[in-house]
Structure formats: C-alpha cells, structure tokens
Design a protein around this ligand. Structure first.
Ligand code: 5GP
Ligand code: MN
Length: 339
C-alpha cells in the first residue's frame, strides 16, 4: 500500500460511508480481533459499519468488545446480503481469496463496492481496489495497527481498539513466540497496553476458560499422537465419534496441533479432524524453521496459509487421509531432516 493509496483511502473515508468488514470462514482470534478493531476505528469516522462473519466462532472469543454487533451470514443471510449489496466499501480481513468465506463467496464476487484487503496470507487473489498484503506480518491485527498509523490516527486508538488488536496479535503469534514476532510487533503490543489493553485479562479470557470436556478431548488427542521419527513428523487424529464423546464445541481443537509440534526434534506436525457434516477431514499443519506447510498443503490438501501454519482438507476417509499423508512424507524427508 503506497502513499497514493493511503491518501485516496483517507479522502474516501472523509465522508460518511456504508462499510462492511468480512473475515474468513471459521474465524479465529486474528479474524475477530482485526475486524472488530477496524470496526471500532471506523465508527469514530461516523460511518455506518457492520462486521459480517461467514459462520460461528469459538466461545472464548465471544467477550471481545463489539462481539454483540457481529452478524452471521449462515443464520442471517438476507440481512448480510443486503448490507453487502448496499455497501460503498468492503474491507476483507485475514484472507485473500473469496472462496475462503465459504457461502459468502458469490455475494462478494457480485458486489460492486470498493474492496480493501488487509491480509498476511500467501498468494493473494486480485479482487481488491486497495491491497495491503504482507506475508511477513505476524497477524492481520498488527496490519490494522499499521493501517491506522498510515492514516495518521494512532491517537484515536482507545481501550476497545487496543483490546481487539491485542487478541489477534497474541493468538496468531502463539503468545509472541512464532518466527513472525518481531521487535516491531512488541513495540505495537506495548502501545496497545499503554492505550488500554489489559494483557492479563485478555490471556485469561482466551486461554483459561476451558470446559472440563475440552481438557478431556485434549487428553484423547494426546493419546492418539503418533510419531514418524525418520520424517521428524508427529500427527494427531480426532474422529467424529471422539468429538461427540467429549461434547465437542467450536474452538475446542484450536491449538491442539501445537502439542504435536512441541515434541522434541519434530519439524512437521499435523492434526486430522473428522467432520461428518461437511464430509471432510479438516487438516491443520504446523512446522518449524523454513519447512513450508503452505506449499505442502497447496500441493496435496487443497489448502494453504503461511510457511509455518496452514490448513487444508481431504475428502477421503480418516484412514485413507492419514495413509496419503504418510505416503507423501518420504518426498519431504530431505527438507525435514535439513531443518
Ligand atoms: P488452521 O490450521 O488454524 O485452520 O489454519 C492455519 C493458518 O492457515 C491460518 O492462518 C488460516 O487462516 C490458514 N488457512 C487455513 N485453511 C486455509 C486454506 O484452505 N487456504 C489458505 N490460503 N489458508 C488457510
Ligand atoms: Mn491471521
């Protein structure tokens, strides 16, 4: 995003606009934090602003300031479609291809509104009028901070905005430890704390609100952990039956894959989660160092994401999906053992 783009956007936002903000399907902490952070900022410009999410998200995100104003496309389709059709500007946050919004893809594709993308995933599609796309960024929340900064408005950042943005930086960096965390990230986080984000309370709300069943499900996942030492790989499976047994709720499996990656000498970690309703095995991949799970997922599991964190899916059975994963590993053995 160059100076010209910024001054055009500034000009655009100088009068009241109808604005819609959309994150990806199955929104995570960065998706909800960035959309609501931007929402609170744009409200200060006196715009009509709505955050529309494709579908529901985990309960541990449902305390974030502005949460009650979010509209869900899968249950409030007509209202959401009308807002999109009437919008002057649509901000697309934390994704870069319309298919990542699931059922919102067609209405977004048809929309004539001006589009602004703010995103840190690889390989952006070419739909946005203004594109702020940077794969080196820790999170979309960090980019929203930069966006507000480029518009010269950091003085407008209040407790609500800083709380929202802190959430996404914290969750997407694994609490400030992934490679994407820079000194700049920490400087921004320091600003957010100064402007009102209560770091202890936010950590508590996100990480220390587990149900008993969620911890039992984690126990089940850990007992299913398998290791393939020659490929420096560890993986976990969770069947639909196991999810039912532990009263699975959206978000309960978030972060479980990181336990596989935490195993000493592991470079690649995967979790395979059966979703009978969608008829797929949902796959989350994580890696250490330069090994790109984005490339592995794009090549074999119809997905993508970042170098060290990517998602994907398989239409095969659990057994066949795991067999496929195991069968492709030897072709990556050299890269995995070079890490
Ligand atoms: P997760 O494993 O937590 O679902 O996803 C890890 C990262 O990859 C997140 O940043 C997520 O947005 C991204 N991601 C997940 N699935 C896909 C996908 O199908 N395509 C792309 N491009 N990114 C994905
Ligand atoms: Mn993100």
């Amino acid at each position: 995003m160059n100076k010209q783009d910024i001054s055009s956007i500034k000009q655009l936002l100088s009068s009241k606009k109808k604005i819609v903000i959309v994150p990806h399907k199955n929104p995570d902490g960065d998706a909800i934090g960035s959309t609501l952070g931007l929402y609170h900022y744009l409200l200060k410009g006196n715009h009509q602003v709505n955050v529309l999410v494709p579908n529901d998200y985990p309960t541990f995100l449902k305390w974030i300031p502005g949460n009650d104003t979010i509209l869900k496309h899968d249950s409030q389709t007509k209202k959401c479609d009308t807002l999109i059709e009437e919008a002057d500007i649509i901000f697309t946050l934390d994704f870069n291809a319309f298919h990542r919004t699931g059922s919102m893809e067609s209405v977004l594709t048809k929309s004539k509104a001006l589009k602004i993308m703010i995103d840190h995933h690889q390989a952006p599609d070419d739909y946005a009028t203004y594109m702020f796309s940077d794969v080196t960024m820790s999170s979309t929340c960090e980019m929203v901070y930069h966006f507000i900064d480029m518009l010269g408005d950091t003085s407008l950042i209040d407790t609500n905005i800083s709380t929202c943005l802190y959430v996404g930086i914290m969750t997407d960096t694994g609490s400030f430890r992934f490679l994407s965390t820079t000194s700049k990230t920490h400087q921004i986080v320091a600003q957010l704390i100064e402007k009102g984000a209560n770091n202890t309370e936010i950590h508590n709300n996100i990480y220390d609100t587990n149900s008993y069943e969620r911890l039992q499900l984690l126990g089940c996942a850990l007992s299913n952990l398998k290791v393939i030492p020659e490929s420096k790989t560890a993986y976990i499976t969770l069947s639909q039956e196991e999810l039912y047994r532990y009263d699975y709720k959206k978000g309960d499996t978030e972060g479980v894959v990181n336990y596989a990656l935490s195993l000493k000498d592991t470079v690649l970690a995967a979790i395979f989660i059966e979703d009978k309703q969608e008829g797929i095995i949902k796959i989350s991949l994580r890696s250490k160092g330069n090994f790109s799970v984005n490339e592995l997922s794009r090549a074999h599991f119809s997905g993508g994401g970042h170098t060290n964190a990517a998602g994907g899916k398989s239409h095969l059975s659990m057994e066949d999906t795991v067999a496929k994963f195991i069968s492709i590993l030897p072709s990556y053995n050299k890269a995995l053992n070079d890490e």
